[in-house]
Design a protein around this ligand. Structure first.
Ligand code: PEP
Ligand code: MN
Length: 386
């Protein structure tokens, strides 16, 4: 019960901000003796480097996570418990504390401030996880050059800055449309050139990732692949941000553990996505679990967005759930929009018409204003559309 004591004293909160941990969440204690080194606020770069070197000399991996006031260094790769004394004597170290959660790097115990994920260049890119909401929109799949460019034109006009469309589609049936492959990726590159939209597209396995990575601005890992561990490790070695969708029957812990795979390989740019889970309800394709948003916010510093399209599977429910997602604290949305949904090769029944997407943007901008947030790429005034 040592760890419960630590949590109740809030010693894990290295930034000095209050961090509340859910009852029960700390009971298990560290399974693998995970350790977090908290540096003193005045620790130098050299101190931090030396601690990382020490960790690596012991055969473990060091993850320095700079915070607003001090740096924390997570240790992964250890098989058994670590001795705090091993590190506490090093220059600049404030304390070495065991991490109580099975996930470490995604946890607020390691980094209390919200993470912001940058997409595209420092100048002119988009940030996901800040005050601005990121809206990703586009068709389920790239179906043709004309279809993708038409969709992109609508999406850009409505004010979104990120374009979604799959070139590789992991379909439930092997006989369904599987995507256009590399040809689709080339069309997405054209969308980026013509409209300045950043491209979010799915990678379906580690081999396929080499190709998708060349074209994508954000690598999407789909619900069906949330526990494809070799894919998670592969995107963890990528320089591109990762959009990780929740598996359709994944618990919150499994979801965060999947993200942990990506961070543990060195890629800290992960955006989580709630896309609905399977329940007995049959009035929707999935049940959109909006309560997971505040639950994630409590436990993790990672941004989380919502997919009301797959989350409901029905066009008429997409806008209401998009509004709710923003109200509940999501950092953005990923929405399917198609120039002609009735002709879509996949997910047409849940794709918005372009005018509906414009309306969604207006409504979401209004709700964002109530929360003191704005929509990335969108003018602040509501109703500015002629
Ligand atoms: C998609 O985004 O088109 C998709 C296949 O989503 P999911 O992995 O959430 O089912
Ligand atoms: Mn889809």
């Amino acid at each position: 019960m040592f760890f419960m004591q630590i949590a109740s004293q809030n010693r894990l909160d290295y930034t000095g901000q209050s961090l509340s941990l859910p009852a029960g969440g700390v009971e298990r204690g560290p399974k693998e003796g995970a350790m977090l080194i908290v540096m003193k606020p005045q620790a130098s770069e050299e101190d931090i480097r030396r601690v990382c070197q020490r960790i690596e000399a012991l055969g473990y991996r060091a993850h320095a996570m700079p915070g607003a006031q001090r740096t924390a260094i997570g240790i992964t790769g250890n098989k058994g418990p670590l001795e705090p004394e091993e590190f506490e004597s090093l220059a600049g170290v404030a304390e070495a504390i065991p991490v109580s959660k099975p996930y470490k790097l995604v946890s607020r115990e390691v980094k209390n401030e919200d993470s912001q994920v940058r997409v595209g260049p420092a100048e002119g890119g988009v940030t996901i996880g800040g005050r601005q909401l990121a809206i990703i929109a586009g068709p389920c799949a790239v179906e043709s050059r004309e279809q993708a460019l038409a969709a992109a034109e609508h999406v850009r006009k409505a004010g979104a800055r990120l374009f979604r469309a799959g070139a590789f589609k992991p379909r439930t049936s092997p006989y369904s449309f599987q995507g256009m492959g590399e040809e689709g990726l080339k069309i997405l590159a054209e969308v980026r050139r013509q409209f300045g939209l950043f491209i979010v597209t799915e990678t379906i396995d580690p081999e396929n990732c080499d190709l998708v990575e060349e074209y994508a601005d954000v690598l999407q890992v789909g619900a069906r692949n949330m526990q494809n561990f070799s894919l998670l490790k592969r995107v963890g070695r990528s320089k591109k941000p990762v959009l990780l969708k929740r598996g359709m029957s994944a618990t919150l812990e499994e979801f965060l553990m999947a993200a942990e795979y990506v961070l543990s390989e060195g890629n800290y740019n992960v955006i989580l996505c709630e896309r609905g889970v399977r329940t007995f309800a049959d009035h929707t394709r999935n049940t959109l679990d909006l309560s997971v948003i505040p639950a994630v916010k409590l436990l993790s510093h990672l941004p989380i967005i919502v997919d009301p399209s797959h989350g409901t599977g029905k066009r008429d429910k997409v806008i209401p759930l998009a509004r709710a997602a923003i109200a509940v604290g999501a950092d953005g949305l990923i929405v399917e929009v198609h120039p002609e949904p009735e002709r879509a090769l996949s997910d047409g029944y849940q794709s918005l018409y372009p005018e509906q997407f414009e309306s969604l943007m207006e409504q979401v901008t209004a709700i964002a204003g109530v929360l003191g947030r704005t929509v990335e790429g969108k003018r602040k005034e509501v109703g500015s559309r002629k």
